[in-house]
Write a protein that binds this ligand. Structure first.
Ligand code: GLN
Length: 484
């Protein structure tokens, strides 16, 4: 049952061969058994999950259902959830219960999908290894000595360990794709603006985007159908007609032009990853695709650009955590200023403080032009490179991450080394383009390798088509960690 696609689970429930309550209970049992070792969930509330499952069963009995009614899902702890604690992986919000649901949560509730709980994440989504979480690191289900990637590390680990059939994630610089890659699952970051950010705790608002994480592209398509849609409460939400992202899954790939960016296959690329990605490209060729070389000459500037822009936006977004309105407040202080200072000193972890300081610095009067403005200009050049590239190809393929999962603690003392994990994922965020990661092999240590696809704006259906055809021809996505 835990290996079934979402459509099969939904059909079993719709046909009353399985109740949502039974299915939800079996996942809760797996969470109870595996979470103590993996730490993928911050909050689990079996009673609430089962109540939501019973409500789904009642809807089915009344004939009021959607394609995924009754199928449970785990939510990244960055989404505000009415009645459930929402911590964003931070001490600052360790006791925060939102009075409302994020748009994404509302969409899944409207679809009748019970929540299995809130998944662990890097503090305020800042990190690539899930080690900055106030609630402790998540372990990679493929090897518990290794990180699951981040910041949606709990989401990726819970899907890989079959503690949930699907999960939500968010991706500001790679946080859906990189953990998907390191945990051997499929994850998609949509075009910026397709999924409402209302109620999703803001990190860098011009980059943040929520998306699905699941075992396969087919499952991601169904989840994306639930998540997308215009929302007047998010000023960057796009007013577009609703699409069916499953519509093109079965199309043949004949004539598909796959672009390989020269820069992504340059010297520094790990040989095992390069070989697996090229084998995946060969598979796409067998399925009818042709390959063209493309250039992304400014992509190499993505990391420095991102680490100016994302901290700048974060320093502004995180100013709201002042001990007055949300979550944590220092227990002792002498006056208002001292309360702000102590609350923020005690409530934020080291990485978050580093970003706030960098952000305040690059936005300060003397440096704004030299750093922030300059970074915005290069951001445009990076986006223009993609526009050029998509004149000659339909989808860009390459590695998701420059490495497979690394050992817990291996990069915690070197922030820049950690930042480099997002070398290949950040360009798509800066350009606002959709990107996805899907499993395409394993390294010698048995750790998963991810293939990244980046598409033009609004080409999610095409990317999912490519990924689904690849997954029909291969079985990397169906492999699971030993003992799971
Ligand atoms: N790892 C990147 C960072 O630390 C990206 C995080 C994300 O996408 N949320 O900022």
């Amino acid at each position: 049952m835990f290996e079934q696609p979402l459509s099969t689970l939904a059909a079993l429930i719709a046909d009353r061969k399985l109740s949502s309550r039974e299915l939800t209970q079996s996942y809760l049992d797996r969470i109870a058994a595996l979470n103590p070792a993996l730490n993928a969930f911050i909050t689990v509330d079996a009673e609430k999950s089962l109540q939501e499952a019973s409500a789904a069963d009642a809807r089915i009995a009344a004939g009021d259902m959607t394609p995924l009614t009754g199928v449970p899902i785990a939510h990244k702890d960055i989404f505000c959830t009415d009645g459930w604690r929402t911590t964003c992986g931070s001490h600052m919000l360790h006791n925060f219960v939102a009075p409302y649901d994020a748009h994404v949560i509302r969409q899944f509730k409207a679809a009748g999908m019970p929540s299995l709980g809130k998944t662990n994440m890097d503090e305020f989504a800042m990190g690539s290894s899930n080690e900055t979480s106030y609630f402790g690191a998540v372990k990679n289900p493929w090897n518990h000595d290794y990180v699951p990637g981040g910041s949606s590390g709990g989401a990726a680990a819970c899907v890989a360990a079959r503690m949930a059939p699907a999960a939500t994630g968010t991706d500001t610089g790679g946080s859906i794709r990189q953990p998907a890659s390191l945990c051997g699952i499929t994850g998609l970051k949509p075009t910026y603006g397709l999924v409402s950010r209302y109620g999703m705790i803001a990190f860098a608002s011009s980059l943040d985007q929520a998306g699905p994480m699941a075992k396969s592209a087919e499952d991601c398509a169904l989840l994306l159908n639930v998540m997308t849609g215009f929302d007047a409460k998010d000023s960057t939400s796009l007013e577009r007609e609703k699409e069916d992202y499953s519509r093109d899954l079965v199309k043949p790939l004949t004539g598909l032009r796959v672009g390989l960016p020269r820069e992504f296959f340059a010297d520094g690329l790990n040989a095992e990853i390069g070989a697996s990605v090229m084998a995946a490209v060969d598979e796409l060729k067998k399925l009818g695709a042709t390959v063209v070389e493309v250039e992304l000459p400014n992509a190499k500037l993505a990391i420095p650009v991102y680490y100016v822009l994302a901290p700048a936006e974060a320093s502004s977004n995180l100013s709201r955590f002042d001990g007055v309105r949300y979550g944590y407040r220092a227990p002792e202080y002498s006056d208002l200023n001292d309360m702000y200072c102590k609350t923020r000193a005690q409530g934020f972890g080291a990485e978050v403080k580093r970003r706030i300081l960098i952000g305040a610095y690059v936005l300060s009067a003397g440096y704004y032009d030299a750093y922030y403005l300059q970074a915005q200009k290069i951001r445009r050049l990076i986006a223009n490179d993609f526009t050029e590239a998509f004149k000659t190809c339909d989808v860009i393929a390459g590695p998701t991450a420059p490495n497979t999962a690394f050992k817990l603690g291996a990069k915690t003392d070197d922030p820049v080394e950690m930042y480099l994990n997002d070398l290949y994922t950040i360009p798509a965020n800066l350009a606002g383009l959709p990107g996805m990661s899907l499993p395409c092999g394993f390294d010698q240590a048995g750790l998963p390798i991810g293939l990244q696809l980046v598409g033009d704006y609004f080409s999610e259906a095409k990317m999912l088509n490519v990924a689904h055809q690849y997954q029909r021809a291969t079985d990397w996505h169906a492999r699971k960690p030993e003992g799971v």
